[in-house]
Ligand binder design. Structure first.
Ligand SMILES: CC(C)(COP(=O)(O)OP(=O)(O)OC[C@H]1O[C@@H](n2cnc3c(N)ncnc32)[C@H](O)[C@@H]1OP(=O)(O)O)[C@@H](O)C(=O)NCCC(=O)NCCS
Length: 182
């Protein structure tokens, strides 16, 4: 388990599955996912299996809890599908009740640092809807830059969404921490 200023990053256990289902089925959260189900509210065993696999197949994943109360807040996942290239993919998802309190920025800063410092990645990548301005703001604050835009590529909530591809390179992370440590 890891602790940041306000959060705990706890290992995933089977007991967290219902909280994850609730999070990922939330009608304010589900339409923001760039991959996965086209429609909200999946509660079948296949969806549960996918959520479990997502957590268990990650190089790093955590259930995010509030440090002061232990409450479930959300999840973070870091996969490395391109092992040869040390290219990781990052995902974060928090319950709406905890948005806009700085938690997304706090946990993202932690995972970016972890990915380069401990996993030795060359780059960390992600995709996000261009309309998800809150998420884009969090990623930019953590050092990600926009690398590309796939126009009108994902159908979500009655419209086509542009998807942004964002990334941060190891050298950029090194530059950021050397400035922070000065
Ligand atoms: C995206 C998410 C992780 C962000 O976490 P959060 O805790 O809400 O974000 P924070 O409070 O740390 O920071 C939000 C930032 O966005 C800014 N922001 C909020 N709404 C905004 C908007 N509409 N436009 C631009 N910026 C916005 C805030 O000002 C803040 O920046 P600041 O700290 O510089 O002021 C969280 O909202 C979430 O889980 N959303 C649902 C799932 C999701 O979208 N995941 C990402 C999919 S790729």
């Amino acid at each position: 388990m890891f602790a940041t200023t306000h959060l705990l990053l706890c290992p995933y256990t089977e007991a967290d599955l219902d909280d994850l289902m609730h999070l990922r089925n939330d009608p304010r959260v589900q339409p923001l996912m760039t991959t996965g189900d086209p429609a909200p509210h999946r509660d079948g065993p296949q969806f549960k299996k996918r959520l479990r696999t997502q957590m268990e197949s990650a190089v790093f994943s955590a259930i995010v809890r509030r440090r002061s109360t232990g409450e479930f807040i959300g999840q973070v996942v870091l996969h490395v599908p391109e092992r040869k290239n040390r290219d990781g993919t990052y995902g974060v998802c928090l319950l709406p009740a905890f948005w806009n309190r700085g938690y997304g920025s706090e946990v993202t800063a932690f995972v970016v640092d972890y990915a380069f410092r401990w996993i030795g990645l060359q780059r960390l990548s992600l995709s996000v809807f261009a309309s998800n301005e809150r998420a884009v703001a969090v990623y930019e604050k953590a050092g990600f830059v926009i690398e590309g835009r796939k126009r009108a590529s994902v159908w979500s909530n009655d419209r086509w969404e542009d998807v942004l591809f964002m990334g941060i390179l190891r050298d950029e992370w090194i530059e950021r921490i050397s400035i922070l440590e000065q």
